[in-house]
Every structure is written in structure tokens, then in C-alpha cells.
Design a protein around this ligand. Structure first.
Ligand code: ARG
Length: 458
């Protein structure tokens, strides 16, 4: 008979058992379910709701069940619906009447809410660690490439020269914000729902502060109705995960482009590339493409959970059981993508000569030439026009700006002097970006410093 079978005169249909059950996916929560139950059993004794001896027995038995699950000795039953009732049933089978006391002053509604929060709390810590590894890799590759010159793009057209370290530090900022967002999300995950019962509170003198201390929760959900119906924290997490995936997919997109014959800026390590079943010459960046593709799954999970919660009346509704597949899938996808992306990035070979070569075409110093005129008294709009004409001249002559002689410069403006010839070199264009947050070496050095300070603080 089901744990709730008293009111029913016949069994559920088999087809209903299968449809209704969540054990197939929520068995992932076994550790958290047992941790929540152990805290609850201790609290019941402390509040004199069950005896100390009964509490000891329940806690001891739950610990045994935990190790039996871990040793693969337990077969979960679909007919017992979910992880909560599977574990409670085993407890009752082993302890008899005493086992039946565990669910006093508790509902599966506050039970499942606490389980998900415990699970997500652990996973957020793991994900923050993976982000930290990635941030560390970015700093390491950045430090080795403070002098590596590459084109910076807008509209995917060559725009201005930058350094590879500057580029990598842009991604550092993105993943740093992701880390901060997750830590902030953690605060809202780390709130205790347990102890509010089904929705209205319980008729026992329970001690929720004790439960919070036992389970390490920073705060307690203040309203029971909210405590059992809130999944905002999970939506917030998947939102944060979606932003991380978006960052990874932008990075992957660039690495895919850079590894193409057209760019040839990088060579992916063989260990992170795959071949073609028909074209013998192919070396494909599958890993980066898959991460880019998996971004769609995570966005889908976000819309999935938002839609499950949309219009749901308070408090618990069975719809909410469907929160777990998108949440679990997000955690698993994000962890595997962060891990493999970091290893892949660590093994990339940057073709510095190719990157530098790409800077020589595309008139990437044109803005610097216009700035030269403006600093020598020409209004910027006029400088822009003069340099535009110079670029057109170069295109017709098949020359670069660096190729021009001083005579050619002065033909466009008498303001040009000898020093312009040195200022148009890519190294000089980079060094002359003196504003804070720029690609210049001093500016990137301070970015790397503050990046290391951030890493030391997390
Ligand atoms: N398996 C359920 C879930 O994941 C547990 C909560 C069930 N509560 C209930 N009143 N039916 O949401």
C-alpha cells in the first residue's frame, strides 16, 4: 500500500504510477533527502515531539540507507513515486513503528523544497570552482601574451590592433561577473523552507532555527506558502547558467573562426579536435561547436522552468515535479561544458605570426592617423575625412598606410611631420591608447593584477 493509501479504496493504475513517478530522475537527490531527514529527526527529538531514542534510531537507520544506496544495494520502486517516499518506505520497513514517526510535522512539499536547495547549493559551489579554474587559465594565457598583437574587430571587420592579453581579459570580465552572479544567487538558494509543513505551518512546537543551523542555511523562508511554492532560485540559477553558456558560446564561435583556414589564428590540440568520416584532410573543432550547440539546451531549460511556474496558483502543484529535469540538465551541461572548455583552451596553440600578419592589412591604424591630425589642431571630423581619402588612395595604389612616404602624407595634410611614420606601426598604435581600460601594455598589466587579486579573493 502507498504511504498515503488510507483514503483510497483501490490501487492506482500501473499507467498512472509510471506517469506520476519522478524516481527515475529525483533519485539524484538521495543524499540531500537523507541530510534533510536527519536534521528533521534530530529537531523532532530536541523539540520533544519524538523521544531521543527514536531519533537516534531514525538517524542511524538513515545513515545505513545512505550507505546501502551508495553501495548499489537499493532498488528504487516506481510504485513509490519519488525519492522521498522510497527512502521513507525503506526506513519504515527497517524500523517499523518508529520509522513511521519521521514524517511528523513535515510534508513532502517542504521536504522536496529543502532537497533541491541543498542540491543546488552544492552544485553552485562546484560550478564556482570550475569558473575559477577558467579564470585562472585566462590569466595564465594572458600573462604569456601581453605582447601578442592581433586585430580587434567590429562587425567582424578589422578595426584596431589589440593584444591577445587584452582580448582574453575581456572574457575574464565576463566570467568574473558570472562568478559574482552565482555567488549572489547562492544567497537566495541558501534559505530554509523546511518546517512549514504542507503550506500553512504545523501544529507542533518545531524549531526551524535549529534546522537551519543543522543544514547550514543562512536564512529561513519567512512565509510557508512562499516556501513550498517558490522555485525562483532555480529559475535564477538557470538564468545565470544561460548567461555563462552565452559567454562560452561567443568564445567558442571565435575559436571556431580562428581555427579556420580563413583566419589561421589558432591550432586546436589534436586531443580536442575530430576528423571527418569521408574527408581525410579535415580537422574539426567539434568540442567548441558542441558547447555552442548545448547553449540552446540551457536556454530551453530556462524557458521550460519559467513556463512551468507561469500562472501556477499557490501553493504546491504537481507541475512543480517537472522542475527537476531542466534543473539537473542545466547543472550537468554547464559543468561538463566549463570543464572541457577550460582544458581545450589550455591546449590551444596561438599562431602569433598569423595574428600579427592580419594586423598589417585593413588600415587598422587609420583612427590613430586621424587622432594625430586632431592633436595637431585639425578638428576631428576633418581629420576623419582626410584619412578616409588617404585610405582610398592606398586602396587604389595597393599600399598600406605604413607604406606611405612623408611626401605622400603631407600631400593630404601639411600638418603631418616625420614622427607620423613611427606612430602608424601596430605596436605604437597599441602603446598610444592611454585611456584607462585600454589595450596598452600598462593598462593590460593592471587588468592582470586586478584579475589576480580577484582570484585570490574567491
Ligand atoms: N515528487 C514531488 C516533487 O518532486 C514531491 C512533492 C510531492 N508533494 C505532493 N504534495 N504531491 O515535486
Amino acid at each position: 500500500m502507498k504511504l498515503w493509501g488510507g483514503r483510497f479504496s483501490k490501487d492506482t493504475a500501473d499507467i498512472v504510477d509510471n506517469f506520476n513517478a519522478s524516481i527515475e530522475f529525483d533519485q539524484k537527490l538521495y543524499k540531500h533527502d537523507i541530510a534533510g531527514s536527519i536534521a528533521h529527526a534530530k529537531m523532532l527529538a530536541r523539540s520533544s515531539i519524538i523521544s531521543q531514542e527514536e531519533s537516534f534510531k531514525i538517524v542511524g537507520c538513515l545513515i545505513e540507507i545512505l550507505s546501502d544506496i551508495e553501495d548499489g544495494k537499493i532498488d528504487f520502486k516506481v510504485s513509490l513515486e519519488d525519492i522521498h517516499m522510497n527512502i521513507e518506505t525503506i526506513l519504515i520497513e527497517r524500523l517499523g513503528e518508529t520509522g513511521k514517526k519521521l514524517h511528523t510535522a513535515r510534508s513532502r512539499n517542504d521536504q522536496v523544497a529543502v532537497d533541491i536547495r541543498l542540491y543546488l547549493r552544492d552544485e553552485i559551489s562546484v560550478i564556482c570552482g570550475l569558473l575559477r579554474n577558467l579564470l585562472t587559465t585566462l590569466v595564465q594565457i594572458g600573462e604569456a601574451n601581453v605582447d601578442t598583437i592581433m586585430p580587434g574587430y567590429t562587425h567582424l571587420q578589422r578595426a584596431q590592433p589589440i593584444t591577445l592579453a587584452y582580448y582574453l581579459m575581456a572574457y575574464f570580465q565576463m566570467f568574473k561577473r558570472d562568478h559574482e552572479r552565482l555567488r549572489d544567487c547562492y544567497k537566495r538558494v541558501n534559505v530554509l523552507p523546511l518546517g512549514v509543513g504542507a503550506l500553512a505551518g504545523v501544529t507542533y512546537g518545531t524549531d526551524r532555527n535549529f534546522l537551519a543551523d543543522e543544514l547550514g542555511f543562512g536564512l529561513i523562508c519567512e512565509n510557508g506558502l512562499d516556501a513550498v511554492s517558490d522555485r525562483d532560485f532555480a529559475i535564477e540559477f538557470i538564468n545565470d547558467a544561460s548567461i555563462i553558456m552565452m559567454h562560452l558560446s561567443r568564445f567558442c564561435e571565435e575559436l571556431i573562426l580562428w581555427s579556420s583556414q580563413e583566419f589561421q589564428f589558432i591550432e586546436m590540440d589534436d586531443a580536442y579536435s575530430t576528423g571527418s568520416s569521408i574527408m581525410p584532410q579535415k580537422k574539426n573543432p567539434d568540442i567548441a561547436e558542441l558547447i555552442r550547440g548545448k547553449t540552446g539546451r540551457v536556454y530551453g531549460n530556462l524557458i521550460n522552468l519559467l513556463t512551468i511556474l507561469k500562472s501556477l496558483p499557490l501553493a504546491y502543484n504537481k507541475d512543480m515535479q517537472e522542475d527537476k529535469p531542466p534543473l539537473f540538465d542545466t547543472v550537468d551541461t554547464l559543468k561538463s561544458c566549463l570543464e572541457i572548455f577550460n582544458s581545450m583552451l589550455n591546449t590551444i596553440h596561438f599562431k602569433k605570426d598569423q595574428m600579427k600578419k592580419a594586423v598589417s592589412a585593413g588600415f587598422m591604424n587609420a583612427t590613430d592617423v586621424a587622432d594625430y591630425l586632431t592633436k595637431n589642431g585639425v578638428p576631428f571630423r576633418s581629420s576623419h575625412e582626410i584619412v578616409g581619402k588617404m585610405v582610398l588612395y592606398c586602396i587604389h595604389q595597393s599600399k598600406t598606410i605604413e607604406d606611405l612616404t612623408l611626401e605622400e602624407f603631407t600631400a593630404f595634410s601639411p600638418v603631418f611631420k616625420e614622427d607620423i611614420l613611427g606612430l602608424v606601426l601596430a605596436e605604437q598604435c597599441i602603446a598610444s591608447k592611454i585611456s584607462s581600460g585600454s589595450t596598452s601594455k600598462t593598462s593590460v598589466a593592471s587588468m592582470l593584477e586586478s584579475a589576480k587579486e580577484f582570484l585570490a579573493s574567491i
